[in-house]
Design a protein around this ligand. Structure first.
Ligand code: FAD
Ligand code: UDP
Length: 377
């Protein structure tokens, strides 16, 4: 006979906790999901304003090349045809992203891949020569990496200011890997991702989460640490998706994050910027980007039929207690600290640590789904 009311106590109703609960439910396991927020969904949660789904914790676009992950999320909710193609505004002039033939045309007036390649090669060679003068063969930081990848002109207009605002550090102090994930394409293709599949759930992310959690006992506004003594005896195992350093009472110190402040306003016009994402890449504009939420789910004539629009300006800053931890700062200092906490976590027989806060990793949604599904293989 089972002595405890639940098989799993899942701390956090974000994507990891929700997929885990769904799979456990299919396997006839009983779960209790608790979240300290007053709504489910974690950072995917959207608020309905003027009939527009406002991504309250940052814009989210689902993209993956993993067919199993794509089939899984589509078995829960259908996805629309949204393709992310952000535009960069540098001193009032617009450039397409990611770096592709459109960007090269806008930057240099080149119209063929051969002309663009010649220009890129010239600027890349200059960057390599500058490094050589200093006796360096491999890029040591983001500034050097970016110029070897894409040259000085694009680095200065589209990367430097944006990156320094986003990370609050000079490009020369940032690790090279951050910029390696941005595609460089010799074709006219503004699709930001290289992945095979992408889109937004039809009806919004809340539909996805609500369906995953259908029939699962859920308690909101319930902080695990405030109710630990009452909650822990309720289940055989705990699935913890909160911050790992908090789980251990910050005994080795606090892991660092970047946070984002969103300044959201409703405008009395149907279409503010004609695109979901516009990045402001110059240092002097204080925000990094402006999100116009309706463009994630409204296309063509639908945009003008909805008379209002909601935009969010994003301001990036250092995390402090009380603000939302968004981006883990995976530098050497923080990674070492994380490993100390992980060593403690590895010794817990009855706690599964999963998700972006518990693993202190910058996971996209598709990684999270894949990780949660893997527990049930
Ligand atoms: P979370 O969503 O953080 O969920 C954790 C939950 O646990 C939260 O609801 C929290 O309230 C709860 N919790 C924490 N501690 C406790 C506690 N002590 N007691 C009770 N509850 C607790 N990914 C993409 O694929 N595409 C994108 O475009 C994209 N854009 C992003 C933009 C931003 C600004 C950010 C920050 C992330 C973005 N991501 C994107 C990543 C995506 O948000 C994550 O992969 C995903 O949300 C992680 O899910 P999770 O369940 O691990 O964490
Ligand atoms: N980046 C940039 N200019 C842009 C967009 C991105 O320099 O207009 C850089 C920036 O350093 C950022 C990195 O590319 O941290 C990765 O960008 P991505 O959009 O993938 O990051 P996200 O906002 O999703 O974390």
């Amino acid at each position: 006979m089972h002595s405890k009311p639940y098989d799993y106590l899942i701390v956090g109703a974000g994507l990891f906790g929700s997929v885990f609960a769904y799979k456990a439910k299919l396997g006839n396991k009983k779960c209790l999901v608790v979240d300290r927020r007053s709504q489910v969904g974690g950072n995917l949660y959207c608020e309905n304003q003027e009939g527009i789904h406002v991504h309250k914790y940052g814009a989210h676009i689902f993209h993956t090349s993993n067919k199993e992950v794509w089939d899984f999320v589509n078995s829960i909710v259908e996805f629309n045809r949204y393709t992310n193609s952000p535009v960069a505004n540098y001193k009032g002039k617009l450039y397409n992203l990611p770096f592709n033939m459109n960007t090269f045309y806008q930057m240099w007036g080149v119209t063929t891949p051969a002309e663009a390649k010649a220009k890129l090669d010239e600027q890349r060679a200059e960057a390599v020569a500058r490094m050589k003068e200093q006796g360096i063969s491999e890029p040591r930081n983001l500034e050097e990496q970016a110029q070897v990848l894409i040259g000085k002109d694009i680095y200065e207009a589209l990367i430097k200011g944006y990156t320094e605002k986003q990370w609050g550090r000079r490009c020369a102090e940032l690790p090279a890997f951050i910029i390696k994930r941005l595609p460089v394409r010799m074709v006219f293709d503004n699709n930001y991702f290289n992945d095979k599949y992408q889109g937004i759930p039809i009806g919004g992310y809340n539909v996805l989460i609500e369906r995953l959690l259908e029939g699962v006992d859920t308690r909101l506004e319930c902080d695990f640490f405030a109710h630990r003594e009452e909650l822990e005896p309720l289940a055989d195992k705990i699935v913890f998706t909160g911050a790992i350093d908090e789980f251990y009472g910050y005994q080795y110190g606090k892991l660092e994050y970047r946070t984002v402040r969103f300044e959201t306003e409703t405008l009395d016009m149907p279409n503010y910027q004609g695109n979901a994402v516009v990045n402001y890449t110059e240092r002097e504009v204080p925000y990094t980007r402006v999100i116009e939420h309706k463009h994630f789910e409204m296309f063509g004539a639908e945009v003008e039929q909805c008379p209002k629009t909601v935009i969010s300006k994003e301001y990036s800053s250092e995390w402090s207690e009380g603000s939302e931890p968004y981006y883990p700062v995976n530098d050497e200092k923080n990674n070492c600290l994380y490993l100390k906490y992980k060593a403690l976590a590895d010794m817990e027989p009855n706690v599964i640590f999963g998700g972006r806060l518990a693993e202190y990793k910058y996971y996209d949604m598709h990684h999270i789904v894949e990780k949660a599904l893997n527990y049930f293989k």
